[in-house]
Ligand binder design. Structure first.
Ligand SMILES: NC(=O)c1ccc[n+]([C@@H]2O[C@H](COP(=O)([O-])OP(=O)(O)OC[C@H]3O[C@@H](n4cnc5c(N)ncnc54)[C@H](O)[C@@H]3O)[C@@H](O)[C@H]2O)c1
Length: 438
């Protein structure tokens, strides 16, 4: 019997192509959609928000990244909320969020909903690939049973694979195009089909894993590695600051060892959709299998404590000058969770703001990349109103703050939550400076 789902070589490029449906057009799904289209695939993107759908169809990226916006204009991604387009596709990619609830419990609702949306339109021979980050077990325990509510069986007449995305928003060197991937599937046939898809669009090595569970574990392992290392360095920062040691100098010293040391840096908190979220997926799943992740839980606890630690630093520095926190208006510099992007998901700035609110403290917020959530329009306006500053995001616009200008504007203290500023220059200008661990 002729298999309609075979990936056929594109006439011009010779690469496999066909139709791909991508469910979830955010930071992960949209670049993948652009890449697949560029490489000759007909791309349907499934989204829920009508505004987002209209934007994408007009060639405007709802993800605030200039390069992605330019890319979207050059390709052909058809956005829709109609899951029936799944029928036309040989490859169906799921790239929906994997958040935690207010108690840090994994919330698989978006994945369940996406798979329920796909299910009625499944056809024999299609391959469903999950790109979202999940704990080991989700593909086989959650996704497979939903897909099999159809008349198809995974591994027999439909296929299931997992290729966790590693995209780093704002990173120009490593993009969806060239970041190496790992890939797992429930069976060899699914693995070959998914491998052919990625080999046709990605210019990087793809490592096949022995199982789909191993592929799921790789991504959680990578992000937990980051979380634990950052927690370690945050703890060192708290300790060294008591001992009058500059943690950055110590890291610079330790980095001279050419092997077995990997530098991580302390900060006022961790944000983004991955590192502060993903470890909870493993913590919860391992617990259900009778294992308590003490180390991962402690890392989360330490990293979650950093915004409060940052506000405590400010209170301390102001107290040294006999100024109460409530006697000054505090300027928050940055809402984005990292430099030079507009992404505010899980940003520790919001935690700092809510602590200041709890203390009844007055504050202003300025993020040049997030104007709609800023309370002032310019840095100058913020400086006019505030006497103390907390730098939360090391945007280019903040890295060259002039301490003398700040002093003239009446700034008495600055907490450098990203250790991005020149400590000595601030101290010379007569501004009380504290970094995280310095
Ligand atoms: N952002 C990153 O840097 C990054 C990097 C690597 C991996 N990931 C992982 O990739 C996954 C997606 O993350 P993201 O950053 O792209 O999220 P996102 O919020 O930017 O995009 C996901 C999109 O999916 C949509 N969506 C949710 N449920 C849907 C449904 N049922 N049908 C159709 N659309 C639906 C949302 O509206 C949203 O637009 C997560 O698991 C995340 O952990 C993210």
């Amino acid at each position: 019997m002729k298999n309609k789902n075979r990936q056929r070589p594109n006439k011009r490029s010779g690469r496999p192509s066909g139709t791909v449906a991508i469910v979830g057009l955010g930071y992960v799904g949209l670049p993948l959609a652009c890449l697949a289209s560029e490489k000759g695939w007909r791309v349907f993107g499934i989204a829920r928000d009508p505004k987002k759908i209209a934007q994408i169809n007009a060639g405007v990226s709802p993800v605030p990244e200039a390069a992605l916006n330019r890319w979207l204009k050059r390709v052909n991604v058809i956005a829709t909320d109609d899951f029936s387009v799944v029928r036309k596709a040989s490859i169906i990619v799921v790239a929906v969020p994997t958040p935690v609830d207010e108690f840090y419990n994994p919330d698989l609702t978006p994945i369940r909903n996406a798979c329920e949306g796909i299910r009625p339109f499944l056809r024999r021979g299609q391959t469903v690939i999950l790109e979202s980050t999940v704990n080991p077990g989700v593909c086989e325990e959650v996704i497979k049973p939903i897909l099999e509510k159809s008349r198809f069986r995974v591994g027999r007449n439909i296929f299931l694979a997992h290729c966790p995305e590693r995209i780093d928003p704002g990173n120009r060197r490593w993009t969806v195009r060239n970041i190496p991937r790992v890939l797992g599937a429930t069976d060899q046939s699914g693995l070959s089909r998914a491998l052919a898809f990625y080999q046709g669009i990605i210019e990087a090595p793809i490592k096949p894993m022995r199982s789909i569970k191993e592929a799921e574990a790789v991504k959680i392992f990578e992000n937990s590695f980051r979380d634990v290392n950052i927690a370690f360095v945050n703890e060192m920062a708290k300790s060294f600051s008591r001992l009058g040691i500059d943690t950055l100098d110590v890291i610079a010293g330790a980095k001279t060892k050419p092997f077995a040391f990997l530098a991580h840096y302390p900060a006022a908190g961790i944000g983004g959709h991955c590192i502060p979220v993903d470890p909870y997926y493993l913590i919860e799943r391992a617990k259900r299998s009778g294992f308590e992740h003490e180390f991962l839980k402690l890392a989360r606890q330490i990293n979650n404590s950093m915004p409060a630690y940052t506000v405590d630093l400010l209170i301390h520095v102001l107290n040294e000058q006999k100024i109460a926190l409530n006697a000054v208006r505090v300027g928050i510099l940055g809402l984005a969770y990292k430099a030079n992007v507009a992404d505010t998901r899980e940003s520790p700035s919001f935690k700092v703001i809510s602590i200041l609110k709890e203390y009844g403290s007055k504050f202003e917020i300025f993020d040049p990349r997030v104007p709609l959530q800023s309370t002032v329009r310019t840095l100058t306006e913020l400086l006019k109103k505030c006497r103390a500053l907390i730098l939360m995001t090391d945007h280019e616009e903040f890295r060259h703050l002039d301490p003398r200008r700040l002093k003239q504007r009446g700034i008495v203290a600055i907490i450098d939550g990203k250790n991005a500023l020149d400590k000595e220059r601030f101290l010379r200008a007569g501004i009380a400076y504290r970094g995280i661990g310095r």
